[in-house]
Design a protein around this ligand. Structure first.
Ligand code: ADP
Length: 717
């Protein structure tokens, strides 16, 4: 039995030993403010205690300087840390370190797990009764970073509205005892140290507590030292984040179980451990004093913000002012723009309404969008009758000859369809009263600001009066032409009479011969028939001349007809021949056989050719030498025109005459009227043709005119 128990023990310790050898030691980082050696001496017994108490794990102390604490915790180089409360709250915030026990500090015979600060002066300083009295006084503390030796007192001063940096003459002694001695010696007016310092110095006989007066004394239950500030928890023993909870729990239990007089506690000058206290008061003091880790949030007043971000604030202010200025400017600009727009619209309307021409707009649906006043006056339609309605159905539905005008042929709609402006001068618009009137209009594409077509604008005018004037002018021209023809005939009368006289004389002579042959009797029938035939042909010749004459002098019919210019020239030559013969002029015709017909008023074109030919004969009449030849030529001028040339071998036209030869009443002849060429040009223009001189001074005159061929002919060709 004993033998077996021994075996089990041996196996157990062997395994435990292997476990210790295999597992890495648990490292406890300890803030070392008195040097590594002192720290190891003080705390290694605690590590040994834990090695014994927590089976299977070995603990060791790692002394850490102030600067080493954060990196060691952050990198996980230690598993537990033992630091002062100030460092602890920073680790808690930054690295999520959590406390598992709080140190029970030992001062003499008294154990305490909380501590505070004491503010004191010499007993004889009656002028320093309260914290407020410290204003302007010399105040000595231990160190700027000392929680009990400065920061706790600072918070108390702050509570009564004093800043140690601004309201008192602050200095630091570095060591607690030096602060006490400086106050005692009267080097400063007051000082602060952590609690228990005064009592410790008194018990060692360095000072006498009765020489001092505590400022702002406070009394807390179960706290037996002089105290001027709130109480704060003692050093915590904490686990870093990576340390398993199970291990932390075992360590916590071991620490709490440590007897207050254990050798480890004695070595560390403490009285064991208590359950972890609440460290919120430490957080609170750092928040209140704006110390790390709360330096960024607390006490960040408006002034701080202004001081820190003044350039941003200034920039923002400038920006706001700039925006305010811009907004005002834009609002004013907007108002001015609106006013200008209104003004423009009024002017626009004024202009539209003061124009004598009718103006209206049409959208892409063919409906009227606006109309001006002139349009209302001309058509009789009111704006409300037209706007939004189909303009074609109202204004444009029927042609002048009564045939319907289909919508798809409407030039106004075609304008916005093909985006091409149009000028139309042979259309009619219908009035409200059912009558129509001739119009000429331009239809222009209406574009928006992106150059997209949104409709058409039509500017039109009633051309009734002009049409009437044109008609009157045409009539006048016709009358003039008629008079001119009669006068021409008057001039040609003797020649024509002579021309007719010849066949009449021949008829009379032949008739006498016939009578004689009949009286003589006999078988002369064949000869008689010959003579009668001659009589007939002479009568026909005379009849032809008279027929031409009658046709020429009659009042012309206004209608146009398809005319073959070759035939027409033949007829005119019949009338010209007597005059030409008398003037010793040879007429030569050079007529192209395959010319197109032209749409013309027969007699008017007769008159033009007769005028040109007679001018040529008259010009050559006075020549003493050279051939007198009048040449009339016809040519097809492309597919659209026929060209007639009347050329002579006369003296031609001087530069001066040539320039104004088509003006009325320009003549070089003693008995001339100077109307022939002017009337001729009027006639050719009315036929949409052109008459011009085509010779140079010093040459015989060449007059040329061209007439457009009839449309069917042009199409055929
Ligand atoms: P009129 O014959 O009554 O003078 P026209 O208008 O027919 O009037 O002619 C105007 C003028 O043009 C003529 O007086 C003449 O000087 C000139 N003229 C016309 N035709 C010819 C021509 N073939 N040769 C030279 N001069 C011409």
């Amino acid at each position: 039995m004993w033998h077996r128990l021994l075996c089990i023990f041996i196996i157990f310790f062997t395994l435990a030993g292997e476990a210790i050898a295999v597992e890495p030691p648990i490292r406890i980082g300890v803030l070392s403010h008195r040097g590594s050696e002192a720290t190891l001496k003080m705390w290694s017994p605690t590590a040994d205690y834990l090695t014994q108490a927590v089976h299977g794990r070995q603990f060791e102390i790692v002394p850490l300087d102030f600067d080493e604490v954060n990196p060691s915790v952050e990198s996980g180089a230690v598993d537990f840390v033992l630091v002062n409360p100030g460092i602890y709250v920073n680790l808690e915030v930054r690295y999520r370190v959590s406390r598992i026990a709080t140190l029970n500090n030992l001062v003499g015979e008294v154990a305490s797990n909380v501590f505070g600060g004491v503010i004191f002066t010499r007993k004889d300083r009656d002028d320093l009764a309260s914290l407020e009295n410290l204003k302007g006084r010399r105040f000595l503390a231990v160190d700027e970073t000392s929680l009990g030796g400065f920061q706790m007192a600072w918070r108390q001063l702050q509570d009564v509205g004093l800043s140690p940096y601004e309201d008192v003459k602050l200095s630091f002694a570095g060591i607690h005892d030096d602060v006490v001695m400086a106050v005692l010696n009267g080097d400063v007016d007051a000082g602060t140290v952590r609690t228990d310092i005064l009592e410790r110095m008194a018990s060692s006989g360095t000072i006498d507590l009765t020489d001092f007066k505590i400022i702002n004394p406070r009394f807390e239950p179960h706290f037996y030292f002089n105290l001027s500030t709130r109480l704060y928890p003692e050093w915590p023993f904490s686990k870093v984040q990576h340390t398993p909870n199970e291990l932390a729990q075992r360590v916590a239990v071991a620490l709490l179980n440590m007897p207050h007089d254990h050798v480890a506690a004695q070595a560390g000058n403490y009285a064991g451990w208590t359950v972890p206290l609440d460290y919120q008061p430490v957080h609170d003091i750092f928040k209140a004093l704006a110390l790390p880790p709360y330096e960024a949030i607390a006490r960040f007043t408006l002034m701080d913000a202004i001081r820190k971000y003044w350039y941003w604030l200034l920039g923002g202010l400038v920006f706001i002012l700039f925006m305010a200025f811009m907004t005002t400017w834009v609002v004013r600009l907007n108002r001015e723009l609106k006013r200008a727009q209104l003004h423009l619209e009024q002017r626009h309307e004024l202009i539209l309404n003061s124009v004598a021409d009718g103006i209206y707009g049409v959208d892409l649906q063919g409906n009227s969008t606006f109309v001006n006043r002139a349009m209302e006056q001309i058509t009789g339609w009111k704006a409300e009758d037209l706007i939004g309605k189909n303009q074609h159905d109202i204004l444009h539905h029927t042609h002048a000859d009564g045939t319907p005008h289909p919508r798809h042929e409407c030039p106004v709609y075609a304008t916005y369809r093909d985006n091409v402006p149009r000028f139309v001068d042979d259309d009619v618009f219908w009035k409200r009263d059912g009558n129509c009137f001739p119009v000429e209009y331009t239809s222009t594409p209406l574009r928006d600001e992106h150059e997209g077509v949104v409709g058409s604008v039509v500017v039109f005018r009633d051309i009734s009066e002009r049409k009437q004037a044109e008609e009157e002018a045409r009539q006048h021209q016709m009358d003039l032409a008629h008079v001119a023809r009669l006068s021409t005939m008057g001039e040609m009368a003797s020649g024509i009479a002579h021309e007719i006289n010849q066949p009449l004389t021949a008829i009379a002579t032949n008739a006498h011969a016939c009578i004689r042959m009949l009286e003589a009797g006999g078988a002369q029938n064949e000869r008689i028939a010959d003579v009668v035939e001659k009589i007939g042909s002479q009568a026909e010749r005379a009849g032809e001349i008279i027929r031409q004459l009658r046709q020429f002098v009659r009042k012309e019919q206004p209608q146009l007809s398809a005319v073959n210019l070759n035939e027409l020239i033949d007829e005119v030559v019949t009338l010209l021949k007597p005059e030409a013969r008398r003037a010793d002029v040879r007429i030569e015709l050079d007529l192209e056989q395959e010319i197109s017909t032209v749409l013309a008023q027969h007699i008017q074109i007769d008159q033009v050719i007769l005028n040109l030919a007679r001018n040529a004969i008259e010009a050559m009449e006075d020549m003493t030498e050279g051939d007198r030849v009048l040449t009339i030529t016809t040519r097809q001028g492309g597919k659209n025109a026929v060209i007639v040339t009347v050329a002579d071998t006369g003296p031609g036209l001087s530069e001066e005459v040539r320039e104004q030869v088509f003006n009325p009443f320009v003549t070089t002849k003693p008995s001339g009227m100077g109307l022939g060429l002017s009337i001729s040009q009027g006639i050719i223009d009315a036929h949409k043709g052109r008459l011009y001189v085509d010779s140079n001074p010093g040459e015989g005159a060449v007059f040329r005119f061209m007439l457009p061929v009839t449309e069917e002919k042009a199409d055929e060709q």
